[in-house]
Design a protein around this ligand. Structure first.
Ligand SMILES: *[C@@H]1O[C@H](CO)[C@@H](O)[C@H](O)[C@H]1NC(C)=O
Ligand SMILES: *[C@@H]1O[C@H](CO)[C@@H](O)[C@H](O)[C@H]1NC(C)=O
Ligand SMILES: *[C@@H]1O[C@H](CO)[C@@H](O)[C@H](O)[C@H]1NC(C)=O
Ligand SMILES: *[C@@H]1O[C@H](CO)[C@@H](O)[C@H](O)[C@H]1NC(C)=O
Length: 405
């Protein structure tokens, strides 16, 4: 009896504290699993030779995998759970936990962040979506459903791109130019993310500079500059800088990992593990840093189907083995594409800065963080410990600069 009333009291306490409510244990565990998925997925993608920029949202990938688990049966479903590291989590906890996590980290009111996430599951025109699945996938994962007729491939692809553009207010004009496998179920995530800095950049402190894609290839980009107090670490052994820039309300922050000089990111990527990141973050020291960042937007679309398969999702993507019969009531579907597309806009906007430290000792002798060559970045959530985005900027948009002799 006493135990029960204690539990009831705790529940009351959580309810009363409102916005400071802690995540449930399941959501906390799933946040942790999705952070591990961030690194395995990033590494798997970075192996691909011709891939330049990377931009993935591990919490959104986890949530899309949750959708596949919702539609899957037997080993198709258990494989999905294994990829998220949630083998032992009961289905109802999985769905409620992932939903809770995404709702928390994408709350624009509490976090002052612009993060539009739209998800759609496309099926071939012959498919019948089961009502229960439609209801639950809307409830937990905010998924819409749509049937698409690939007999007219061009208009099908146009319809997908138009939907993505519309749902991101035009920020993401294209998810894909083509779809190879048209006979299965297709997941599309379309996102727009715009960080709102805890301390804004002055909109006039922007000028054109060169971004060195390689030693011999430079692109002209607008660059924004500001000097402020930031968590900074110089790893002299590995010849790299780590910079932490809080986003508004300090509930999350953007972490940059950049080599001293222009080089291919392979070397840093070999170092990049979750443990190493924690080590770097534990060494951050708050100090004056003169930050220069490209003021650019990056639009990146990945088809994650192959990468998820390499991480263990082999059944759902295999036409002869997949059992997604909780989607359609029949064993007639497999996961043919997982389009994960996001637009990220780096801009000057943020909260007003603290002017009282200007001209004081605190801002003397700043360290330089001049991001004019490829770097890795993460949007790390401080409250849930999840990773909202992980990626790399290798080639920003812009014109090639003429070689100056
Ligand atoms: C799949 O459908 C069966 C009934 O056909 C149901 O018992 C089961 O709970 C469903 N699985 C999920 C993950 O919803
Ligand atoms: C978002 O956060 C605000 C303020 O913290 C809260 O009142 C609101 O209920 C949250 N919204 C959702 C959908 O959780
Ligand atoms: C963030 O806060 C600023 C005020 O500092 C406000 O103008 C802006 O609309 C907010 N943005 C979002 C997405 O909530
Ligand atoms: C995380 O939150 C704590 C407590 O609110 C705050 O002191 C700290 O600066 C935050 N960390 C980052 C990286 O924003």
């Amino acid at each position: 009896m006493r135990v029960i009333s204690l539990v009831a009291l705790c529940l009351l306490a959580v309810a009363a504290s409102g916005e400071d409510a802690k995540l449930s244990t399941h959501a906390t565990a799933l946040a942790d699993h999705s952070a591990s998925l961030a690194f395995s997925l990033y590494h798997n993608m970075a192996k691909e030779k011709d891939l330049e920029n990377i931009l993935i949202s591990p919490v959104v990938v986890a949530s899309s995998l949750g959708l596949v688990a919702l539609g899957g049966k037997s080993s198709t479903a258990s494989q999905v759970k294994a990829v998220i590291g949630a083998n032992k989590v009961k289905d109802e906890h999985l769905h409620a936990g992932l939903s809770e996590l995404l709702t928390e980290v994408s709350n624009s009111t509490s976090r002052n962040v612009t993060w539009k996430i739209s998800n759609r599951l496309y099926g071939p025109s012959s498919v019948n979506f089961v009502d229960d699945f439609v209801k639950n996938s809307k409830k937990h994962y905010n998924y819409e459903h749509s049937k698409i007729n690939f007999r007219d491939k061009r208009s099908a692809v146009n319809a997908i791109n138009e939907w993505a553009a519309k749902s991101t207010d035009g920020k993401l004009p294209e998810v894909t130019k083509d779809v190879e496998k048209t006979d299965g179920a297709m997941i599309v995530n379309a996102m727009f993310f715009k960080p709102h800095w805890d301390e804004k950049f002055h909109h006039k402190m922007v000028d054109n500079r060169g971004f060195l894609v390689t030693r011999s290839f430079t692109i002209s980009v607008p660059m924004m500059h500001r000097t402020g107090l930031y968590g900074f670490h110089e790893d002299t052994e590995n010849r790299l800088f780590v910079l932490n820039m809080p986003l508004a309300h300090k509930m999350s922050s953007m972490v940059f990992i950049m080599p001293y000089h222009v080089e291919s990111l392979d070397r840093l990527e070999k170092l990049l593990t979750r443990k190493q990141l924690d080590t770097w973050l534990s060494k951050l020291e708050e100090r004056a840093v003169a930050v220069s960042l490209p003021k650019v937007s990056m639009e990146v679309s990945h088809n994650l189907q192959k990468h998820l398969a390499e991480l263990g999702l082999t059944e759902a993507v295999d036409k002869s083995k997949a059992d997604l019969s909780n989607i359609s009531g029949k064993k007639d579907l497999y996961l043919s594409n997982v389009f994960h597309a996001s637009a990220l806009e780096w801009d000057t906007e943020g909260n007003p800065f603290d002017t009282s430290i200007f001209g004081t000792e605190k801002l003397r002798n700043p360290k330089l963080f001049y991001a004019d060559h490829p770097f890795i970045f993460l949007v790390k959530d401080n409250k849930t410990n999840s990773i909202l985005f992980i990626g790399r900027l290798v080639r920003p948009k812009g014109d090639k600069m003429r070689d100056e002799l």
